[in-house]
Ligand binder design. Structure first.
Ligand code: AMP
Length: 608
């Protein structure tokens, strides 16, 4: 991409509170799209950005636009249009994060399906930034509840998605109802003709910024990806991979300095010798850490791109991209840390469901297919553990003097009339109690690469189904019956049609909270008082336990195995015990259901 050499946020003329917020979040350097975009937006230029989710595009527009906000003015100065409510919420959350040091700052997400009266109240109270889906923004403009007279900046986020979902006329209508002198930034993963037309018509002399789509071919390294979402689930996935794969040394890439420390700490707590490597460490300390990896005093380094630049350690057998890199170039650079000196290397890429497009971009530009991988199964991990257990036994029998224990156990055998084998089993049980030799299978997300849509987010349902009948829910893959699928189990949740729940709310909540790919969620059936949903068999208890408390339409799911007695709700014979909130209330907080948990907040910790 046409990236100027910007290597630190301090080189960008962002306002002091925004700079501070960025350093609190722990970003080490601007991503390529940020380095290229921020100067133009700070300059007041219009902008056409070809970038997809995962490249850091939200901060690319939020940071400069926030830097130019006048907190004394209470009317909306920035409007962001987003195709889906999930994206609107996510963008609004990002604004909140980046404005954490701007006292009195307000951002308001507005989207379809959300209670109108609450939105009207909040709009009256005032917001500096409004993030909305086109339909709802139009509604407010028509009612006069949203006044854009003071608007200075307008962002069209994921413009091609808005086109695909039939919102482009609405977007144009909104553009025509904004002051003529506002700055416009249009972001789109692709640039189809109608989007180009909108840009030609409404953007004035825009600067164009795009991610380079050509990266030098990666060396011969086995490359695989895994769909997984959220810090905790990624951590569990790493642990399984570390246990089942034969690895010598591993470099794990994350995006922030704070994440390097947090992940290294978590891995150490699980018994691995891991250390962080980030830009906060001075050169000497970084070199010492790399040397420890070389000398086998350390097996895992958790690094940011900046800190890991140029690492050349032959024994690195694995590179694991915990967070997806911003662009193919960074990917090629990262995976090049393995496969050194003619050795074989393995590269694993964790991809969140909403980052699938970036995965395809990486494949396209490196001209290499990255194959999907399955998480090592429970039995694979079991076999490894049993193998090391046996090795430990062999080693102990060979090297330890065991006479003392012989006497005790021989005595026990006689006193209790138990065979030596029985006693050995009891001891084996005790030894493995904290790390059992028998490991259950984790649920495997189903893959649908050929048929999958670019993302699974729910749109403002009403508008989508009115305009695009071919995309109605009945045809959606997730509503196709899977009840015969032996790999699926039917669960019941205590939220139903009477609560105004939509299948999308259920998919959103479950995929966000359980880290299951939306496509892996099976048949959903709505009843008046409850719903059923098919989920992959073998869901760990902890996930189910967590899901029980997750709220959809402001009601806890109380998810449990469906025992098939649900017919009662239509007869009214078995009223549910749940407490229902008034509808308006339930709708107002419906957004909560699909609000992602986000990454675990990073703790400050001195790197080793
Ligand atoms: P986006 O492409 O806007 O969806 O951003 C993807 C992810 O990248 C988000 O989780 C951001 O928090 C993260 N991110 C954005 N900019 C940076 C940066 N400069 N350094 C590290 N992480 C970033």
């Amino acid at each position: 991409m046409s990236t100027p050499e910007v290597t630190s946020f301090t080189e960008l003329a962002l306002s002091a509170p925004v700079q501070k917020a960025v350093s609190i979040v722990g970003y080490e350097q601007p991503s390529p799209i940020q380095a290229a975009t921020i100067p133009h937006l700070l300059n007041g230029d219009d902008l056409l950005g070809v970038a997809q989710t995962g490249t850091g595009k939200t901060a690319a527009f939020a940071l400069p636009l926030l830097s130019r906000i006048d907190l004394k003015k209470n009317s909306p100065q920035v409007l962001v249009l987003a195709p889906t409510r999930e994206l609107a919420i996510q963008v609004a959350e990002a604004f909140k994060t980046y404005a954490s040091q701007m006292k009195g700052f307000h951002v308001l997400p507005i989207y379809g399906g959300q209670d109108m009266s609450g939105q009207l109240r909040q709009l009256k109270r005032g917001a500096h930034v409004v993030v909305g889906t086109p339909g709802r923004v139009m509604d407010h403009l028509r009612r006069g509840s949203l006044n854009l007279d003071g608007l200075t900046g307008l962002v069209l986020d994921e413009a091609d998605e808005m086109l695909r979902m039939g919102f482009i006329d609405d977007v144009e209508w909104i553009l025509e109802h904004t002051p003529p002198k506002r700055q416009v930034a249009l972001f789109s993963a692709t640039m189809p003709k109608p989007i180009r037309k909108v840009a030609d018509r409404y953007l004035s002399d825009p600067k164009e910024v795009r991610i380079a789509t050509d990266a030098t071919t990666a060396p011969r390294i086995e490359q695989r990806y895994l769909i997984v979402n959220g810090f905790d689930r990624k951590l569990d996935a790493i642990t399984r991979i570390l246990e089942a794969d034969d690895f010598d040394a591993m470099i794990i890439f994350v995006r922030t300095k704070t994440a390097t420390a947090e992940l290294a700490e978590k891995l150490e707590a699980r018994g691995y010798s891991a250390s962080a490597l980030n830009g906060d460490m001075n050169q000497a300390l970084r070199e010492r850490t790399i040397n420890r990896l070389k000398k086998k005093q350390l097996d895992i380094i958790v690094a940011t791109d900046v800190a890991a630049r140029g690492i050349d350690v032959e024994r690195v057998s694995h590179v694991l991209n915990f967070d997806i890199p911003y662009d193919p170039e960074a990917y090629v650079h990262r995976i090049g840390r393995t496969g050194r000196a003619g050795r074989e290397g393995k590269a694993i890429l964790f991809v969140a469901p909403r980052e699938k497009r970036l995965l395809h971009t990486i494949e396209k530009s490196t001209r290499q297919t990255i194959l999907p991988m399955d998480l090592p199964s429970g039995s694979e991990v079991s076999n490894k553990r049993i193998q090391s257990f046996k090795e430990l036994l062999t080693e102990t029998l060979a090297n330890q003097s065991l006479d003392f224990f012989h006497d005790i156990l021989a005595g026990y055998s006689v006193e209790h009339d138990r065979s030596s084998e029985d006693i050995a089993c009891a001891l084996a049980y005790l030894i493995q109690k904290d790390k059992p030799l028998q490991v259950a299978d984790a649920p495997q997300p189903k893959r649908r690469r050929e048929t999958e849509k670019p993302n699974n987010r729910e749109s403002e349902g009403r508008r989508t189904s009115e305009r695009r009948p071919e995309r109605t829910r009945e045809k959606s893959p997730r509503t196709a019956s899977k009840s015969d699928d032996l790999n699926m189990v039917k669960y019941r949740i205590e939220v139903g049609r009477n609560d105004d729940v939509k299948p999308g709310d259920i998919v959103g909540a479950i995929s966000n909270e359980a880290g299951i790919d939306g496509g892996a969620i099976g048949h959903i059936k709505l009843h008046d008082e409850y719903s059923t949903v098919d989920l992959p068999a073998g869901m760990p208890k902890e996930i189910l336990h967590h899901l029980r408390k997750v709220r959809i339409c402001n009601l806890p799911t109380q998810i449990k195995l469906d025992n098939g007695d649900g017919a009662s709700d239509s007869t009214g014979a078995k009223p549910s015990a749940k407490k229902r909130k008034p509808k308006a209330d339930a709708k107002k907080t419906g957004a909560k259901a699909s609000k992602g948990k986000g990454e675990v907040k990073a703790k400050k910790r001195k790197p080793a």
